[in-house]
Design a protein around this ligand. Structure first.
Ligand code: LMR
Length: 408
């Protein structure tokens, strides 16, 4: 993998003594570059199933009504914007904890810090692992969110990949996951998607979560759970069930959490890192705070403060839960419509969350865009929320046409 500064030719050029000579050109971001491409496409009827943002039946990504109310309350009651400290908003972290971990053993002995989005939490966890064990390895099931591997590599971790899902059969390759992790060494980190796998929508069963948790204990591995879509799969508690099994079984765990999707906060960058390191609690805490201080000093406040206001108020919490449930129900309804539109989409019905992955080559993805104005990421991931009752038929027809043209 090419990182920003690791190639031999870059070091050679850097030796010229001119600052920036060592930099390598970087390609545009594989997910975010779609925003501009889609915006600039003049074709009527274009379909955006690219970047992972929730959209309603009208194609809008509205601010949740509970969030608007919380923001209004904040505006009226917040009398200072003075610093809170490196951990961020304690009320936010305390109120979020039972939603993620429940109130039992899974929630015990956690250190929590607010982060700029889930990405900030992932980077913080990666830096912590790297500082704790220089050159540490992280195991990553492929396919994954395309930014996972570069985040970890940039933090100095060695990224080990294994196959986790087969787009052709639309099934988890769980045996391959287990056999890859049997080769992992004590102290290695393992990235697991807490729910609503990005990009496949295929999550492990509870039995498979138990098997993973037991394997982690047996081999001394440290899970890093990425939970970015809680509530958009099967429900808030259901989506955390696998994570809670891991938390109840394994001593050392890191959880990167995002409120971007389930609170609709996106650009407000609202996340958290939770870490349990029973034998090293104090030193882990001080290192997390030092890494965060050197990266962003203190996290941005607004999103977390608004989440806290929602979670402190029973009425707003109910409003938020109902709105989240409506988003979840719509995603499931689109899954059903896709499955009804074409039998080849049948597996999508049983998958969960915002994404599923079609079995298309990059060239076929390109044809979907060029010939049919349908935008998805290059790995053929589709954002389920980008489809509506109206666009399912043209989407299915385009898929069929591309497969016909390219298989002839
Ligand atoms: C996605 O996967 O589309 C989202 O998580 C947005 C992002 O940051 O890539």
């Amino acid at each position: 993998m090419t990182t920003l500064h690791d190639s031999a030719s870059a070091s050679a050029r850097a030796a010229s003594g001119v600052l920036f000579d060592g930099l390598l050109p970087q390609p545009p971001d594989v997910v975010l570059s779609l925003i501009k491409l889609f915006r600039e496409d003049p074709r009527a009827g274009k379909i955006d199933v690219g970047v992972g943002v929730y959209k309603d039946e009208q194609g809008r990504t509205p601010v949740f009504a509970a969030m608007k109310a919380a923001e209004q309350r904040l505006l009226e009651t917040q009398h200072t914007k003075s610093y809170l400290g490196p951990e961020g908003d304690f009320g936010y972290l305390e109120r979020l904890t039972p939603i993620i971990f429940g109130t039992g053993a899974a929630a015990a002995d956690l250190f929590a810090v607010q982060t700029p989005g889930g990405t900030g939490a992932l980077r913080l966890a990666a830096e912590l692992a790297s500082a704790g064990k220089p050159g540490a390895r992280i195991w990553l099931g492929a396919p994954s969110w395309p930014i996972h591997a570069p985040i970890f590599a940039e933090a100095g971790l060695e990224v080990m990949t294994f196959r986790h899902f087969d787009p052709k059969t639309q099934a988890l390759t769980f045996d391959e996951t287990i056999s890859a992790l049997e080769d992992a060494a004590a102290g290695d980190v393992v990235l697991l998607h807490g729910c609503c796998h990005n990009p496949s929508g295929a999550d492990p069963s509870l039995d498979q979560w138990r098997a993973l948790a037991n394997l982690m204990v047996r081999r001394g591995l440290v899970p890093l759970l990425d939970l970015a879509y809680q509530g958009l799969g099967a429900g808030l508690d259901e989506d955390a069930a696998g994570l809670r099994i891991v938390m109840e079984t394994v001593d050392n765990v890191m959880v990167a959490y995002s409120c971007d999707k389930n609170f609709g906060l996106y650009r407000e960058r609202t996340g958290a890192l939770f870490v349990r390191a029973r034998a090293h609690a104090d030193v882990v805490r001080t290192n997390i705070l030092k890494i965060a201080r050197c990266a962003w000093s203190m996290p941005p406040d607004h999103g977390a403060a608004a989440v806290r206001v929602i979670l402190e108020d029973a009425g707003l919490t109910k409003m938020w839960r109902d709105e989240l449930e409506a988003c979840r129900a719509r995603l499931q309804a689109v899954r059903e419509m896709l499955a009804e539109a074409d039998p080849r989409f049948e597996p999508i019905r049983g998958q969960r969350g915002m994404f599923s992955m079609l079995s298309l080559t990059p060239a076929q993805v390109e044809l979907m865009r060029k010939d049919h104005a349908i935008y998805m990421t290059g790995n053929a991931r589709i954002n389920i929320a980008g489809l509506t009752a109206e666009t399912i038929a043209p989407f299915a027809a385009a898929y069929d046409a591309v497969l016909r043209t390219t298989s002839a």
